[in-house]
Design a protein around this ligand. Structure first.
Ligand code: SF4
Ligand code: SF4
Length: 423
C-alpha cells in the first residue's frame, strides 16, 4: 500500500486517518478470506484487487482522468452504467460497508439511520476513500428516504445529480423512467462534452451484458453439490464488480468459472457434499461487509445464493440488444432496470416470486433475511417474505445488524441454532 502515498496525496486524502483505515483491512481480510481452505486459484486476481483496494484501481482511474475521462460515482443498481460508459466516462459503484466511516457519517446524520448511508457519507466527508476523491460527480437516486435526503448534505462537498426513481411499476412509471434515462444521458453528455452515439451505447450495452452473463455463469456453478466456491468468495467478486474495469472483470470471472467447471467434473467442492445450503435475501452488503457470510460459512453451512443488490439483483435480466436507435436502446435499458425488484417499490410481490424461484433453483435448505439496521423498506417487506416462505414450509431466520462487531457472537449463536435445525 505504501507505494501509493503520492497518489493519495494527489487525491487530497487525509493521510493520517487513511493510515488508520488501512491498518485494519489486511488482518481482517486474512482472517475472513485467506483462512479458507481449498480456494480456487482464480480468486488470486480478486485477492490482489482487494488487497490493494485503495491503490490499484484508483491509480487507473486517475490515469483515465488525466487522459480526459470523467469518473462517475453511483450508489444503486438502478443507475445504468451503460449510459455512463457510452458518454465516454467511467462508472464506479461506491461502497459504504465499513464501520470505520460510520462515526464521520454520524457527525451530520442521525444515529438511527441505515449504516450504509452513514458509512458512505463518512467516507466522503472524512476524505479517506480514494474512489470518492477521484469521482467528478456522484449520481444519487430517490430510492429510500435516507438516501433521498443525504444528497442534500453531500452536495456541499461534490456535485450530485439525482435521478428520480419511480416507486411503482405501472406503464406511466416505465415512461417516466425512460425519460429519466434521457435526462441522465443529457447530463452525462454535458459533463463529458461527448454526444452518446448509437454505436457507443450499443457497445456499452454489450459490455455490461457480458459482465452480467459472467456473473450469471458463476452463480449457475453454485447450484452444484458440493458447491465449488464459497459464498464469501462470490460475495467478494460481486463487491468488486461495482468498481473494477468491466472488461477485465468479465474476463477474470470467466477464467475462474473455467476452473470451477473442472472442479465440478472432479466432484470437488469447498464444503462437504450435502452441507446445508443457505440463501441470503435482503439489503446489500457493501465491501467490506462480510459478517453474515463469514458467520454462516464458519458454522458448517454454505451460502449458495444472495437475493440482494450485491447478488442476483445486480446481474439478473439482460438488456435487450436488438435496439438500433438511441430511443430504442434507452427504452430497452429502462425496461431492464425497472425489472429489478427493490423494496423501495410498492407493490413488490415480484421480489417474493424471485426468492421462491431462487430457493428452488439453488436447492436451498434455509433462508436468512438480512436487514441493515434502520432500513425500513426491507424491514417492513420482511413480513410478506416470511409469510410466503412459511406457506411453503421453508425455514427462514431474520438477522438485523449494523457494521460493528458487537452482535457477532449473538448472531453466530442464532445462525448455528438455525443450521442445526435444518439438519
Ligand atoms: S436495496 Fe434498493 S436502494 Fe439499495 S442499492 Fe439496492 S436497489 Fe438501490
Ligand atoms: S439498505 Fe435500505 S435504508 Fe440503506 S440505503 Fe438501502 S434501501 Fe436505503
Amino acid at each position: 500500500m505504501s507505494n501509493y502515498y503520492e497518489l493519495w496525496k494527489y487525491l487530497d486524502i487525509d493521510i493520517d486517518r487513511h493510515d488508520e483505515l488501512m491498518a485494519i483491512l489486511p488482518d481482517f481480510f486474512k482472517d475472513v478470506y485467506l483462512s479458507q481452505k481449498n480456494r480456487p486459484e482464480g480468486m488470486n486476481y480478486f485477492n490482489l484487487v482487494v488487497s490493494s483496494i485503495h491503490g490499484l484501481r484508483p491509480k487507473e482511474l486517475v490515469e483515465l482522468r488525466n487522459k480526459g475521462k470523467k469518473v462517475v460515482g453511483t450508489f444503486c443498481v438502478y443507475v445504468p452504467d451503460e449510459l455512463v460508459f457510452a458518454a465516454n466516462a467511467v462508472s464506479i459503484g461506491l461502497c459504504g460497508g465499513s464501520q470505520f466511516w460510520v462515526p464521520d457519517g454520524e457527525k451530520v446524520l442521525p444515529k438511527n439511520l441505515c449504516p450504509l448511508i452513514k458509512s458512505f457519507t463518512g467516507a466522503k466527508l472524512s476524505k479517506t476513500c480514494p474512489f470518492f476523491q477521484c469521482s467528478d460527480i456522484l449520481i444519487g437516486e430517490t430510492t429510500c428516504d435516507g438516501k433521498k435526503k443525504v444528497w442534500e448534505i453531500l452536495n456541499k462537498s461534490i456535485e450530485i445529480y439525482v435521478m428520480n426513481l419511480p416507486q411503482m411499476k405501472r406503464e406511466q412509471e416505465y415512461k417516466e423512467w425512460e425519460n429519466e434515462l434521457n435526462l441522465l444521458k443529457n447530463k452525462l453528455e454535458s459533463l463529458t462534452g461527448i454526444k452518446v452515439s448509437n454505436d457507443m451505447l450499443a457497445s456499452s450495452i454489450k459490455m455490461i451484458n457480458n459482465k452480467r452473463k459472467a456473473l450469471k455463469r458463476l452463480y449457475e456453478l453454485r447450484k452444484q453439490n458440493p458447491v465449488p466456491i464459497s459464498g464469501k468468495d462470490v460475495l467478494l467478486i460481486s463487491q468488486i464488480a461495482f468498481y473494477d474495469d468491466p472488461e477485465r472483470f468479465t474476463q477474470k470471472v470467466n477464467v475462474l468459472c473455467d476452473e470451477l467447471d473442472e472442479r465440478i467434473k472432479k466432484g470437488e467442492g469447498v464444503f462437504e457434499k450435502d452441507a446445508k445450503r443457505i440463501l441470503i435475501t435482503g439489503t446489500p452488503m457493501a465491501l467490506p461487509n462480510w459478517k453474515l457470510h463469514h458467520i454462516v460459512e464458519t458454522s458448517g453451512a454454505a451460502v449458495v445464493c444472495e437475493e440482494t443488490c450485491t447478488g442476483t439483483r445486480y446481474f439478473e435480466n439482460l438488456v435487450n440488444e436488438n435496439g438500433t436507435t438511441l430511443d430504442e436502446m434507452i427504452k430497452n435499458l429502462a425496461e431492464r432496470y425497472l425489472e429489478t425488484n427493490c423494496a423501495c417499490f410498492t407493490p413488490n410481490t415480484k421480489r417474493i416470486e424471485d426468492i421462491l424461484r431462487l430457493i428452488n433453483e439453488y436447492k436451498v435448505d434455509g433462508v436468512i433475511g438480512y436487514n441493515l439496521q434502520f432500513c425500513t423498506p426491507y424491514a417492513v417487506e420482511y413480513y410478506n417474505v416470511k409469510k410466503a416462505l412459511e406457506e411453503k414450509n421453508i425455514p427462514i431466520l431474520l438477522i438485523e445488524s449494523d457494521y460493528t462487531e458487537n452482535d457477532t457472537q449473538q448472531i453466530k449463536t442464532r445462525v448455528e441454532a438455525f443450521i442445526e435445525m435444518l439438519k
